[in-house]
Design a protein around this ligand. Sequence first.
Ligand code: NAP
Length: 264
Amino acid sequence: MNFREKYGEWGVILGATEGMGKSMAEAIAERGMSVVLVGRREEMLKELGKEISAKYGVEHKVVRADFAQDDSVDIVTEATKGLDMGFMSYVACSHQFGKVQDMPWEDHWRMMNVNVITFMKLMYHYLSIFAKQDRGAIINISSMTGITSSPYIAQYGAGKAYILKMTEAVAYECAKTNVDVLVITAGSTITPTWLKNQPGGPDGEKARREAMLPEDVIAEAIEELGKKRSIVAGEKNKAAVRHFLTNMTADEQAAMMGSYYEDH
Ligand code: NAP
């Protein structure tokens, strides 16, 4: 499908530098859209932009912004002013392990800004444009940690639950319009950030064998856009979510996640 014809000329990837954001940028460029690449590491984004333009013959724009900072929303929205916007994807996240009360408040504030406040402000901005023109698409990324509660990574998990439920509701509100909205719940996916958090030895090897590739997660989201509103990536993750929601109480889910993080 040609996204440029269906949704518009430009898409903004909020957290595009590597991992799933990079795969998302490539997927929409492959479907004809020019890309606004947003993240903190400007040099890497410029390299990615050049690669994408050379490979897919689309334009690109790089925007340096840190979603933990209040000015990031203005920086991004200024940069896309006047462009024919038709797609947005919020990919960036911020996480930290530990007990809630043991983390400095500044760390909670950073995670809430990246995972909730900036997400919501930017979705509100682009959703308003897409609704007004009755054309556009949104794909947001949630996590299995937002399906169960997630002791020892609680702030992140709660933020991912916010993204999941907010996007599912918006997707339904848009269902009878020409704005397609989808949220994909990912499980372990081999991105640079995920790799940094894996244990060494056999446990790490097993985790890598079972994890998905970012391009496969994004391909599934792109394939289901406009057909479904909320999906779980991959067969293993789908089976796990079905099991959590049908066979386990909330207390059991929290205990399962809590003991996993206690052991790792
Ligand atoms: P990631 O590497 O942490 O983030 C993706 C991109 O976001 C990075 O390229 C990073 O680029 C940018 N970013 C991070 N913090 C930012 C900030 N404060 N301001 C602006 N940009 C920022 O994540 P990922 O592993 O690819 O995961 C992508 C999404 O999938 C996240 O929403 C995550 O919650 C979800 N997810 C991942 C997994 C997994 O196993 N990987 C599992 C479940 C869900 P810069 O460093 O250049 O800013």
